[in-house]
Design a protein around this ligand. Structure first.
Ligand code: HEC
Length: 140
């Protein structure tokens, strides 16, 4: 099916019939076909929420906690192996990230990592928590 469609599409475009949109569509359809996720099968513990959480993490936490979440000197600590994360349940951890932590004389953990609720809603923080839980040392 796909093969036939592509041939028709390529033919039409080659003749210059203005089927460019059609060709793009064909490409997308192929992409969709390729999607069934072998990667997900290889890493069953890395669930969909954690994957989304990894993206949110990179945008809102990585600047201080490091791209790999292993911490930055004089800034955010390692979040891949945190006794605090391990010993705090998801609901409390959500509250922690919402409110942050004052550190007298030190570097604070800013509320929501310094972002507003518009940029980092609670639902996104829950995804980040799923991402952090995925590190074996953070499992309760
Ligand atoms: C502006 C820098 C900054 C950003 C952005 C930031 N953090 Fe932090 N975070 C810190 C600092 C600094 C600490 C350590 C505070 C302390 O010493 O108690 C910390 C501590 C934490 C802790 C406690 C770790 C522990 O072992 O005590 C967690 C959990 C945490 N951050 C999660 C997050 C998450 C999730 C995000 C993204 C939504 C985020 N942080 C964004 C600076 C940051």
């Amino acid at each position: 099916m796909n093969q036939v469609f592509r041939m028709v599409c390529v033919g039409a475009c080659a003749v210059g019939v203005g089927m460019i949109g059609g060709c793009g569509g064909g490409g997308d359809a192929e992409h969709g076909d390729a999607a069934p996720a072998p990667a997900a099968a290889a890493k069953p513990s890395f669930n969909a929420m954690a994957v989304k959480g990894a993206l949110v993490y990179k945008k809102t936490c990585a600047a201080c906690h490091g791209a790999d979440a292993k911490g930055m000197p004089n800034n955010g600590p390692d979040l891949t192996d945190s006794a605090f994360v391990r010993d705090t349940n998801d609901a409390d951890l959500l509250q922690y990230v919402i409110h942050g932590r004052e550190v007298p004389g030190g570097v604070p953990m800013p509320p929501r990592g310094g972002f507003t609720e518009d940029v980092l809603p609670d639902a996104d923080i829950e995804k980040v928590i799923a991402y952090l839980r995925n590190f074996p040392a953070n499992k309760p």
